[in-house]
Design a protein around this ligand. Structure first.
Ligand SMILES: Cc1ncc(COP(=O)(O)O)c(C=O)c1O
Length: 487
């Protein structure tokens, strides 16, 4: 299968338009389950891995040589239609010929193996690569910091916000002797009492700073000390949205009033809010949406209180909502102060305003600060997405999926509810957690790899190359699972 892809892709120049057909032809026509999942080979590997690591989260072992397009193939030969894509991080599916081609080029291989400490020894083409790849997709923000993963992008972006906040108060490089000394022993004024406001059910990562703003599951937080930072309610909407406009708008009012109150309260507690962090759609916490008006008003509150606004697009960024950045759906009056990314973007990082750039070196820094090899992958991904108009594909496939999910919901309204989302970034709730887990299991048995989030949501996170024909396979299986559970 892959040989065909490789042979056909040899003739590729720079245009990727016809690759859609090549990938489509190489893909299996449908899922096929030949063993239990995990199957015998996966189980054998699991027991080996268990001697080395905690493996409770491992579902199966994949065969990444054979996996292709929208299909994840496991080591037991099961062919799974992948609507979860490595927790939403594989934009072009598996073994895309354009990505394979990227690393046939010797120059690119050298970029891959000579990995620089980017903050100290960047390669000659690094500025040009940032300009021509990442800045081309910037959500209107002039500056950019690259990082490794989603957590460390948020973690470091919080530091930018704290630095800028303090700089406004006293200038960045006029540190007093007292500040210099107290910073080393974690006490004010060098280590000031400042906070980041986040929302209930948010997920912003698992490093210690980011974890203080993560509130989705206790298992992520237990035993770790956390900062005393304010946490506001995120809107909980009633569905369908169009039938609950008044209630949901009241819910926006309630949550935004809390944000204002908490900013005031923490100022009085001498723990002022320097930044607000929010996901455009709360992903790990259950695919909870908030309205464009909510985000517009939140931005106004931030501006009037001189608090920075960070929109965390780690899961939503890179196209799955039908726009490159999900917050583009919100018609904000200006760009947020920071937008963090990772997952589909292959490397982590954040776009930010000039004001948020530290004036001194080593304020925000680590050894790798990103990875030029991953940026080459992103370059190919963006070129393919543009040439094949993949965002249009996401919107069309998403509309088709959502329309049919709503129909299935009305047929099985005693089991499922609250279809929601944008593009193919969609979710639907099961009545209980147990039922949700049951549905995910049964989908797996039918060859559909899907995922859950929050207490009872089933979330869809397919690749940008997921088409209506793939959506139909998912919808058919989903419906059949519900028929089976209904018996
Ligand atoms: C919105 C959001 N922010 C941050 C993160 C953390 O990213 P990572 O797992 O790469 O550290 C995630 C991961 O799922 C996420 O969904």
């Amino acid at each position: 299968m892959l040989n065909t892809v490789a042979r056909n892709s040899k003739n590729l120049k720079t245009k990727y338009g016809n690759l859609r057909n090549i990938v489509s032809l190489a893909e299996p026509k449908q899922p096929k389950v030949v063993t239990d999942i995990p199957g015998p080979r996966s189980k054998e590997l699991l027991s080996r891995l268990r001697n080395i690591q905690q493996t409770g989260s491992v579902q199966l072992f994949a065969d990444y040589e054979k996996s292709i397009g929208n299909y994840l193939i496991d080591v037991d030969g099961n062919i799974l239609l992948d609507t979860y894509t490595q927790i939403s991080s594989v934009p072009l599916g598996y073994n895309h010929p354009a990505l394979l081609n990227t690393f046939k080029n010797e120059k690119n291989i050298k970029t891959l193996i000579n990995r620089p400490a980017l903050g100290v020894f960047p390669g000659e083409n690094w500025p040009e690569k940032l300009e021509s790849i990442l800045q081309k997709v910037s959500p209107g923000l002039p500056n950019l910091t690259t990082m490794m993963c989603g957590s460390c992008s948020n973690e470091n972006a919080y530091k930018n916000m704290f630095i800028a906040y303090q700089t406004k108060r006293r200038g960045e490089n006029d540190f007093s002797k007292e500040e210099l000394e107290s910073s080393l022993i974690n006490t004010p004024p060098g280590a000031p009492r400042l906070s980041i406001l986040s929302f209930k059910n948010a997920f912003h990562g698992r490093t210690l700073g980011a974890l203080s703003t993560t509130h989705s599951k206790a298992i992520h937080k237990l035993d770790f000390p956390s900062f005393d930072w304010p946490i506001a309610d995120f809107p909980k909407y009633q569905y369908p949205l169009h039938q609950h406009v008044a209630e949901n708008s009241k819910e926006d009012d309630r949550c935004l009033e809390q944000v204002e109150d908490l900013i005031e309260k923490y100022k009085k507690l001498n723990n002022s809010v320097a930044g607000v962090v929010i996901e455009p759609i709360q992903s790990e916490g259950g695919d909870n949406e908030a309205s464009p008006e909510f985000f517009q008003r939140l931005q106004k509150i931030c501006k009037s209180n001189e608090v920075y606004l960070l929109i965390d697009e780690v899961q939503t960024g890179g196209g799955p909502t039908g726009k490159f950045w999900c917050h583009e759906h919100f018609n904000l009056e200006s760009s947020p102060d920071v937008v963090t990314f990772s997952k589909k973007m292959q490397l982590g990082g954040y776009f930010h305003t000039k004001e948020l750039s530290p004036k001194l070196p080593y304020r925000v820094f680590n050894t790798w600060m990103g990875d030029p090899g991953k940026l080459l992958m992103l370059e190919t991904i963006i070129n393919v997405a543009n040439d094949q108009n993949l965002l249009k594909n996401v919107r069309e496939t998403g509309d088709h999926l959502k329309k049919n999910l709503i129909e299935i919901e009305s047929e099985f309204s005693h089991l499922i509810n609250s279809t929601r989302g944008r593009g193919t970034f969609l979710a639907i709730n099961a009545k209980t957690t147990q039922l949700r887990d049951h549905i995910l299991d049964k989908l797996k048995q039918r060859g559909i790899q899907s995922g859950g989030c929050g207490d009872n949501a089933i979330r869809l996170r397919p690749a940008l190359i997921f088409e209506t024909k793939h959506a139909d396979i998912f919808l058919d299986s989903f419906r059949n699972v519900l028929i089976e559970l209904n018996k």
